[in-house]
Write a protein that binds this ligand. Structure first.
Ligand SMILES: [Fe+2]
Ligand SMILES: [Fe+2]
Length: 243
């Protein structure tokens, strides 16, 4: 089923309720709304990134270059799932400790469910990129694009857990910075490729992530997903601890 055939929600409502669509993409937007969301991103300022986020972005630019390309976005997506995995793990441990307080355990479980949804969403991004990279026969070095990203993800996981244990708001802030960066990078990637407006997008993941008018339309949706992730982390920055 086409996403566009069932799209009704306004972007502002979607931003507020972080709506989940029937498929893995977020927000129930149609193609025109996705264009508006891209303009919104491109006309908005980036967050003031913290030291750790800046260190990560500078390192990624140093290793993978400043130029935006699919292989670099694949690396970003590999890393993007990690904070959600770390929060899910910490939340399960917390549930074990408060299992005699069922209401609280249930609230923590709600966070687990949210983290799982975000991980799945990042995973569709990753798999779509993998599919495109294979279709376009883009050559990637095994060490640089398979081994090294996993090492970066491993380190990022430890940092995310440590921050979460010391002060959860710091872990959410790091992720909000990461997601803000991803949102802007995707929307700028689309702006850099006007030819993608006419390029059809076919995927074996249509059932899972939806169908899109063009490659540009697809990447606008991914950029919008990153915005939703950012907003969720910004919300948790204000109420970081389980209660
Ligand atoms: Fe993503
Ligand atoms: Fe994201």
């Amino acid at each position: 089923m086409s996403k566009d055939s069932t799209d009704h929600g306004s972007s502002s409502e979607s931003d507020q309720d972080h709506g989940r669509s029937a498929v893995g993409a977020l927000g129930n937007l149609n193609a025109q709304q996705r264009k508006e969301e891209q303009s919104k991103t491109l006309s908005s300022r980036r967050r003031r990134y913290g030291v750790l986020a800046r260190l990560l972005f500078v390192s990624l630019d140093a290793i993978y270059g400043k130029k935006r390309n699919l292989s670099k976005f694949k690396v970003l997506e590999l890393v993007a799932r990690v904070p959600y995995q770390s929060w899910e793990q910490v939340a399960y441990i917390a549930i074990t400790h408060v299992s005699d307080r069922v209401a609280m355990a249930k609230r923590i479980h709600d966070r687990v469910v949210e983290s799982r949804g975000q991980q799945d969403n990042e995973q569709w991004h990753l798999l779509i990129l993998e599919e495109l990279i294979a279709d376009w026969q883009i050559k990637e070095g095994y060490f640089k694009f398979t081994v090294l990203p996993q090492f970066i993800a491993f380190v990022y996981y430890q940092v995310s857990v440590l921050l979460y244990i010391v002060r959860p708001s710091m872990s959410y802030r790091l992720n909000a910075d990461f997601e803000d960066h991803a949102e802007h990078e995707y929307m700028e990637l689309v702006a850099e490729h006007p030819e993608w407006e006419e390029m059809k997008f076919h995927s074996t993941l249509g059932e899972e992530y939806g169908h899109y008018e063009s490659l540009a339309d697809l990447f606008r949706q991914i950029g919008y997903d990153e915005r939703v992730h950012k907003l969720e982390s910004e919300r948790h920055m204000k109420e970081p601890r389980f209660r």
